[in-house]
Design a binder for this molecule. Structure first.
Ligand code: PLP
Length: 387
């Protein structure tokens, strides 16, 4: 049988390897000039000042930092869609706060301003949203709602690296935002994340919180200034070590420069799927993007009318095609202690399937997926109707 087709897949090559080699040869592999350059490039990419972004070792770590900067703690609540990444809810619960889960739009799987409003209480300290599949969703209306209520908005833009509304980057609508560069994302540093903080004072605290809570930028800086070898320090917070290093961020710079090329291919693949599946009865494609919205095309998700999702997934697997559902509903996780009923998300979680979507898919791969999906859906629908 031919090779399995992955759902997500990184594109790392000789340019990334050359960048790593250069860092090795420089003898400075820790956090240094390459990390500063990557932060500046990323800040330019999302249209903010570089002083407001901090490069860290994962998006989950960035979310933990964001919760601390936002003042989330015991007695407070954070509203988030139940279709969220598990690390986001962990970041809330780890601070002794309560994650409060809201419903999502049944087709787009993003939270709406109404679903968030319905979950707000006087204890709501922050709202955390993600951009499902890369679709911006109701982000402008949600930002407006948070401003009116005096509640902080945190954007999990992990999968929205090239998503925009009227030219404005997702991640810059709220007060804090996080991105991921892990092995399954579009821009990959092997592991890594980025934190954006709008407020200048909080933004200045972020790099300290990412490095032991030290007041100085690094021990090296301090030694340079004091012109001794000592590593003296002042501690402003009892913080962890969340920083990344120049080996990984050098990879990130190359990847970011390739993003337009990655996006061009992802758009082509999405267009192909849209065209090929348009007339297929019983299955629908991702919703149309509203005017002015741009997606990163991180996911391509389809929705089935009947109860055939798992059977189609099995057929595709047998034909060498991986599929999945993201993200498993968090209000169903016992540890978060939620007993709400969220009908639209629960329905979507039964009907939704993610098909392979990445920039390394060949035309043949796409053709294989299209053919397999079509024949499986037709056969399973016939069987479903016969029951
Ligand atoms: C991958 C992902 C994360 C976590 O990213 P890491 O860098 O692996 O910690 C967070 N949120 C979403 C929506 C993700 O898809």
């Amino acid at each position: 049988m031919s090779e399995m087709i992955n759902i997500f897949q990184p594109s790392l090559g000789t340019r990334e390897l050359a960048a790593v080699q250069e860092v090795f040869e420089s003898n400075w592999i820790g956090r240094g000039p390459r990390t500063a350059a990557f932060e500046a490039e990323f800040a330019r990419h999302i249209g903010v000042d570089p002083g407001h972004v901090t490069s860290v070792n994962s998006c989950t770590e960035a979310t933990f930092l964001a919760m601390e900067l936002a003042g989330v703690g015991p007695g407070t609540e954070v509203v988030m869609p139940t279709v969220s990444f598990v690390g986001a809810a962990n970041a809330v619960a780890a601070r002794g706060a309560r994650p409060v889960f809201c419903d999502v739009d049944p087709h787009g799987l993003n939270p709406t301003a109404d679903s968030i409003r319905a979950a707000m209480t006087p204890r709501t300290k922050a709202v955390l949203v993600l951009h499902y599949g890369g679709y911006p969703g109701d982000i402008a209306a949600i930002a407006q709602l948070c401003r009116e209520r005096g509640v902080l908005l945190i954007e999990d833009a992990a999968i929205a690296i090239d998503s925009r509304v009227d030219g404005r980057a997702c991640g810059t609508f709220g007060d804090l935002a996080v991105w991921s560069f892990d092995h399954g994302k579009i821009v990959v540093t092997v592991d890594g994340g980025m934190l954006y903080v709008r407020d200048p004072e909080l933004a200045a605290r972020a790099p300290r919180l990412a490095y032991f809570g030290l007041e100085q930028a690094s021990g090296y800086d301090q030694a340079q200034r004091s012109r001794t070898r000592w590593w003296e320090f002042e501690v402003s917070a009892f913080a962890r070590r969340s920083v990344t290093n120049d080996v990984l961020t050098a990879v990130g710079s190359v990847q970011l420069s390739r993003l337009p090329e990655f996006m061009a291919r992802r758009r082509e693949v999405a267009r192909r799927y849209d065209q090929e599946f348009a007339g297929l009865q019983g299955m629908s494609c991702p919703p149309q993007l509203p005017e002015g919205h741009e997606t990163s095309h991180y996911m391509y998700w389809v929705r089935f009318d009947g109860g055939i999702r798992d059977e189609v997934a099995r057929d595709l697997y047998e034909r060498g095609i991986y599929t999945t559902f993201r993200y498993p509903l968090l209000h169903k996780v016992a540890a978060y202690g939620s007993d709400v009923v969220l009908p639209d998300a629960e329905d979507a979680a039964e009907r939704t399937l993610l098909l392979p979507m990445h920039q390394s898919l060949s035309d043949d791969d796409v053709e294989r997926v299209v053919t397999a999906v079509r024949s499986s859906v037709r056969a399973r629908r016939r069987a479903d109707e016969g029951r």
